[in-house]
Design a protein around this ligand. Structure first.
Ligand code: ZN
Length: 301
């Protein structure tokens, strides 16, 4: 499943192709991929055709492209990548991509000087948990414009407005385990299973440690580890543990070999050499070092 770094890689790759481009055609090949759009395929196509696209934005794992004019930007094209969604930029007439569900034909003026201009944006999704929707932009608590479906999502640790001290204080009011808190998108967004395990390993914390047992310094250190893990993954193009994830140019990420926890059950801890353990956790799994990340006293898991 794509996490924040993968979505940011897609956003950055999409930016030069779509920013300032005009939509000249939309084709919905599978209506299941617009199930989050209010309206049918014809309404989706009408909401985009002849509109101009703005700079792609992201919050947590939500990715959207503001739609400009006529009038002020009031809508956005929101992309949910779900489990297996991909956004691909292709030249017109490029070979088909498997599982393409929606195609956008756009005209990118910055390519005109080179005698080109038309690009095809393809939304491909094998398992159809993702999709595209045109949604209204609303103002969040800080006054920033976000699609209505993303308005409940907290800022992610890479956002310039992220207030680590305030989030640490809220984390310390939680009785639940820290991993569950990190995955709660209303507390902090953009953290999935992989990067939660990585940050907990760095912070030497067991996933079931109650938030209320952390000191402010420990909570701040954990959030700093989260940000470091995300930034490292981003610098390296995202984590490609899932063969279905490829970035906007069809190139797989390569952070996988740098993982310390996720996917390393039965292998030696990179810090102390103890064998890492993979345990069932909330219908998923958690991988931790039994020596560096001991079970908190009095907490059953
Ligand atoms: Zn260890």
């Amino acid at each position: 499943m794509p996490e924040l770094p993968e979505v940011e890689v897609v956003r950055a790759g999409l930016a030069p192709a779509v920013t300032g481009a005009r939509v000249e055609g939309v084709e919905v090949l599978d209506a299941r991929s617009i199930s989050r759009h209010d309206g049918d395929a014809a309404a989706f196509e009408a909401a985009l055709t002849w509109r101009t696209l703005g700079m792609p934005a992201r919050r947590g794992k939500f990715l959207w492209v503001p739609i400009e004019g006529p009038g002020e930007a009031a809508d956005a094209l929101l992309a949910h990548l779900g489990m297996s969604g991909q956004v691909l930029v292709r030249e017109p007439g490029a070979a088909p991509d498997r599982h393409t569900r929606i195609r956008l034909l756009i005209d990118q003026p910055s390519l005109h000087a080179a005698g080109r201009g038309t690009l095809e944006i393809r939304f491909a999704d094998q398992r159809i948990f993702g999709g595209l929707a045109v949604r209204p932009l609303v103002a969040d608590e800080g006054g920033a414009a976000v699609p209505d479906q993303a308005a409940h999502i907290a800022l992610d640790p890479m956002d310039a407005r992220f207030d680590a001290s305030a989030v640490a204080r809220r984390l310390r009011r939680r009785r639940q385990g820290v991993k569950a808190a990190l995955l709660d998108q209303t507390l902090v967004s953009g953290i999935g299973n992989i990067y939660a395990d990585e940050a907990l390993w760095r912070s030497r914390l067991h996933y079931a440690t109650p938030g209320e047992r952390l000191t402010q310094a420990r909570a701040l250190a954990l959030l700093a580890d989260v940000r470091d893990v995300l930034e490292q993954a981003l610098a390296e193009g995202g984590t490609s543990f899932d063969a279905q994830y490829v970035n906007v140019n069809g190139q797989a990420g390569y952070f996988e070999h740098r993982l310390h926890a996720y996917g390393r059950g039965g292998q030696p801890c990179h810090r102390c050499g103890a064998l890492m353990v993979r345990e069932p956790w909330a219908n998923r799994s958690s991988t931790r070092c039994p020596r560096c990340q001991r079970r908190p006293r009095g907490i059953a898991v």
